[in-house]
Ligand binder design. Structure first.
Ligand code: NAD
Length: 267
């Protein structure tokens, strides 16, 4: 018998009752930063959580943590840019827990280059993970939601796609594509009871922002905080709170929206 928090789990799903025992939520990039906070928040509210991440060991560790806290969770080693791998992982999620109710696409990479220095490789990598990766996961998961006439999808973009950011044209282009994809999906799938919304974070204190600071691309947290009207950096929990609301029944009349969780930085 396999353990419920390993990537090889194939336990039957017949006992799941989504409305009384929580839903099945898939979170990409769930091993770190805001994805991790979202996984924790979903688990705390009774959802079953599938943690997908390029860092498979970290995904398993997160699943272990959630299971230790009494949740049902599973970790999967997934590159969202690799469609067969995404399909395989979501097949395992279905085999373990039943159909997918909620998808959050937090997996992402950031890059900094002046526009003329963006190499073809860098352009392709950023687009492959941030934009095609979002496409892959939504296209692989959404048939379950269509079938059951209920679904919640939250994509994660960036405030840089709303405002424009120098030296990040590949990144902002990928995140702008995510926003446009989200709006189109919202219209296409509204008749099926599926809502699709986007959160464009700004200045969230995560490993990604810390490594960007360490590389000299971002100002430090004190400096960044002064540029935020609310006067502090955002946290993964700030993002998770908004995300979990958008994935709730209470948010059923909200779709196609871009919900800034940014301390007032972009209004
Ligand atoms: N931190 C910020 O201030 C900020 C601001 C705007 C947007 N964002 C976006 O928010 C999202 C989450 O960022 P974060 O700050 O939590 O970063 P993070 O680096 O802490 O977490 C991102 C996770 O995505 C995973 N990942 C990367 N490439 C992957 C791939 N190909 N397949 C699967 N998983 C992959 C990483 O392993 C990591 O666990 C990203 O999409 C990022 O672009 C972050």
């Amino acid at each position: 018998m396999t353990s419920p928090h390993t990537r090889d789990d194939s336990a039957p799903s017949s006992t799941r009752s989504p409305h009384t025992r929580g839903r099945v939520a898939v979170v990409t990039g769930g091993a770190s930063g805001m994805g991790l906070s979202i996984c924790r928040q979903f688990a705390a509210t009774g959802h079953t959580v599938a943690v997908l991440d390029l860092d498979g060991e970290a995904a398993l560790r997160v699943a272990d943590e959630l299971v230790a806290d009494g949740a049902t969770a599973c970790g999967y080693d997934v590159d969202v840019a690799d469609r067969p791998v995404v399909d395989d992982a979501l097949g395992k999620v279905r085999a373990a827990f039943g159909s997918i109710d909620i998808l959050v696409t937090s997996a992402g990479v950031v890059a900094f280059d002046t526009f003329t220095d963006i190499s073809e490789d860098s352009w392709n990598k950023v687009l492959a993970v941030n934009l095609t990766g979002t496409f892959n996961c939504v296209q692989a998961a959404i048939p379950d939601m269509v079938e059951q006439r209920w679904g919640r999808i939250v994509t994660i973009s960036s405030s840089s796609a709303q405002r424009g950011s120098p030296r990040m044209i590949h990144y902002t282009a990928s995140k702008g594509g995510v926003i446009a994809m989200t709006k189109g999906l919202a219209r296409e799938y509204a008749p099926f009871g599926i809502t699709v919304n986007n959160i464009p974070p700004s200045a969230i204190d995560t490993p990604m922002s810390r490594s960007s600071q360490a590389a000299g691309h971002y100002a430090d947290n004190d400096t960044l905080s002064k540029s935020v009207p609310i006067g502090r950096m955002g946290t993964g929990e700030d993002i998770a709170a908004a995300c979990c609301f958008l994935c709730s029944d209470a948010a059923g009349f909200i779709t196609g929206q871009v919900l800034g969780v940014n301390g007032g930085t972009v209004i």
